[in-house]
Design a protein around this ligand. Structure first.
Ligand code: GLU
Length: 477
C-alpha cells in the first residue's frame, strides 16, 4: 500500500524529513543539497526468453551518495518498484550506514517483477541477467557497489548474483564480497538472515534500558509483558516478533498480513503462524486467533508497541490520528509518511525511526563483507585459545572447590557456558548488539541534549547528516 495520492511521494517524504533536520544545522551553503540529492539512477530494460516468448523487465540501481565507497543497499523484487521508491530507499541507506557507522555510501536496486509468477529456474535466469546488466557497469562490485537482500529477495538470489559476478570476473580474489546476504556455503555469514529482526529486538532492549525514554512514550517498566502488534510476517517481522516473544516476554497480540490480520489478547504464537503461512499460503484460516479481513484496521488497535515491518506509507494521513500505540518501531523502510509523522509527533507517540530500527541488516552485511575480504571466518583463530584460558580459570576454581568441600561449588550450567569460546554467530550478535546500543545512544544524546529536537527521527537525521558532512569536509568539499 503506497501513501495516498494527496500525500508526498516516498522520496519527497524522505526529503521533507531530511529538510526538517537540516534546518537545525549549520551546513556550508550548497552542502545540504549535495547530501540530499541522489547522485545517479541507472534504469535498465532487458529481455529474457521464458516459456518460448521474450519477456521484458525493468530494473533500477540508484546511487545516492558516494562519500564512502563501496555504496551499499539491497535489491528489491516487487511489482511496485519504481524510480521514486528506489531513490528514497537509496537515500535512507546513506543515512542508515552513517548512523550505525557502516563504512558505506547509500544505494538501492529494484526489479519490477512478481516472483510468485515464475518458477525457480526462471527466477534464476532473470536474476542472473539483471546481475549481468548491473555488474558490467560496476553497479555490482566488491569495491564500488555491494547489493544485499530486500523485499522479495533472499539468500537464493544473492547466491546467483555472486556466482554471476564471479563468472564475469574470474580472477577477482575478492569476488565473494560483491554482494552480501549470501547462504553460508556460498560465503555468507552466520546470523545475516535473522539480522534485521534481531536488530529490532536489540533496539527495543536499548530503548527500555532508559526509563526517561520509556516515560516519554507514556509507558513504564520493561519489555516483559508488553503487547505488540506486528505488520508483515516476512523475514524482518517474523524474526523481530519471534525473538521478542521467546526471549523478552512480549505478548504478540496482533499479526497483520496481506490476507488480513490475526488478533488475540492472550497472545499469538509467532512460529506457529509462520508455519501456517508456509503451509496454507496465508493467515485467514489460522485457528487460534480472530481473523479480520481488513488487516490495516488492526494497526489502529490498542497495544504498547507497533512494529510496521512491511511496506512504506502504511501509516499515512488516512489513519495516523487513530493509531493508539504509544511506541512505534519502524522495522520497514518508510512505513510512516512525513504527514503522518507530524500527526503522531503532535500526539506524543514515540517513533524509533527506520534508519536506526532496521539497520541490523546492513550492519551484519558489513561483517559479511569484511569476512569475505579477509577470507576467514570470525572466531577461527581465537576460539580454542579463549576456551583454553577459560579452562585454566575453571581448573583453578575447582581446586579451591575441593579445598572448600560442600561450602561452595561451580554450577555445571555456569561451567558449560563459561568454557565455550564464542563462535561466529555469537560474535555477529555481539557486534550487532554493540552497534545498536551505540547508535541509539548517539541519537538520544541529541534528542535529550537539544531543546530544538523533540523526536528520535530528527535526532537520527542530525547524527547521520553530520557524519556525511564531516566526510565531505575531509575530502575538501
Ligand atoms: N535491504 C536492507 C536494508 O534496507 C539491507 C541492506 C544491506 O544489507 O546492504 O537495510
Amino acid at each position: 500500500m503506497a501513501a495516498p495520492a494527496n500525500e508526498p511521494t516516498f522520496r519527497e517524504s524522505v526529503d521533507l524529513m531530511f529538510n526538517r533536520a537540516v534546518a537545525l544545522m549549520d551546513l556550508p551553503p550548497g552542502l545540504e543539497e549535495k547530501i540530499r540529492v541522489c547522485n545517479s539512477t541507472y534504469t535498465v530494460r532487458f529481455g529474457v526468453r521464458l516459456r518460448g516468448k521474450i519477456h521484458t523487465f525493468t530494473g533500477y540501481r540508484s546511487v545516492h551518495s558516494e562519500h564512502m565507497e563501496p555504496v551499499k543497499g539491497g535489491i528489491r523484487f516487487a511489482m511496485s518498484v519504481n524510480q521514486d521508491e528506489v531513490e528514497a530507499l537509496a537515500a535512507l541507506m546513506t543515512y542508515k550506514c552513517a548512523l550505525v557507522e557502516a563504512p558505506f555510501g547509500g544505494s538501492k536496486g529494484g526489479l519490477c517483477i512478481n516472483p510468485r509468477d515464475y518458477d525457480e529456474h526462471e527466477m534464476e535466469q532473470v536474476t542472473r541477467r539483471f546481475a549481468y546488466e548491473l555488474a558490467k557497469r560496476d553497479l555490482i562490485n566488491p569495491s564500488q557497489n555491494v547489493p544485499a537482500p530486500d523485499m522479495g529477495t533472499g539468500e537464493r538470489e544473492m547466491a546467483w548474483i555472486a556466482d554471476q559476478y564471479r563468472r564475469m570476473n574470474t580472477t577477482d580474489i575478492n569476488a565473494a564480497a560483491c554482494v552480501t546476504g549470501k547462504p553460508i556455503h556460498a560465503g555468507g555469514i552466520q546470523g545475516r538472515t535473522e539480522a534485521t529482526g534481531r536488530g529490532v529486538q536489540y533496539a527495543l532492549r536499548e530503548f527500555f534500558r532508559h526509563p526517561e525514554d520509556v516515560k516519554a512514550s507514556g509507558m513504564t517498566g520493561t519489555l516483559d509483558g508488553k503487547r505488540v502488534i506486528v505488520q508483515g510476517l516476512g523475514n524482518v517481522g517474523f524474526h523481530a516478533a519471534k525473538f521478542l516473544q521467546e526471549e523478552d516476554g512480549c505478548k504478540i497480540v496482533g499479526i497483520i498480513e496481506y490476507d488480513g490480520a490475526l488478533y488475540n489478547e492472550d497472545g499469538i504464537d509467532v512460529q506457529s503462524v509462520r508455519d501456517w503461512i508456509v503451509k496454507h499460503g496465508g493467515v485467514s484460516s489460522y485457528p487460534d486467533a480472530t481473523h479480520t479481513a481488513e488487516g490495516a484496521d488492526v494497526l489502529e488497535h490498542d497495544c504498547d508497541i507497533l512494529i510496521p515491518a512491511a511496506l512504506e506509507g502504511v501509516i499515512n494521513l488516512s489513519n495516523a490520528a487513530r493509531i493508539k500505540a504509544p511506541l512505534i518501531i519502524e522495522a520497514a523502510n518508510g512505513p510512516i509518511t512525513a504527514g503522518a509523522d507530524d500527526v503522531l509527533r503532535s500526539k506524543g507517540t514515540v517513533i524509533i525511526p527506520d534508519m536506526y530500527a532496521n539497520a541490523g541488516g546492513v550492519t551484519v552485511s558489513y561483517f559479511e563483507w569484511v569476512k569475505n575480504l579477509s577470507h576467514i571466518r570470525f572466531g577461527r583463530m581465537q576460539r580454542r585459545q579463549e576456551e583454553a584460558r577459560h579452562q585454566l580459570v575453571v581448573d583453578e576454581l575447582e581446586r579451591l572447590d575441593r579445598y572448600l568441600g560442600d561450602a561452595w561449588s561451580l554450577r555445571p550450567e555456569f561451567k558449560k557456558k563459561y568454557l565455550r569460546g564464542a563462535d561466529e554467530l555469537e560474535l555477529v550478535r555481539s557486534g550487532l548488539d554493540d552497534t545498536m546500543r551505540i547508535a541509539y545512544q548517539s541519537m538520544r544524546e541529541v534528542w535529550h541534549g537539544r531543546e530544538d529536537v523533540t523526536d528520535l527521527r530528527t535526532a537520527a537525521y542530525l547524527v547521520a547528516i553530520e557524519k556525511v558532512a564531516k566526510s565531505y569536509r575531509a575530502k575538501g568539499l
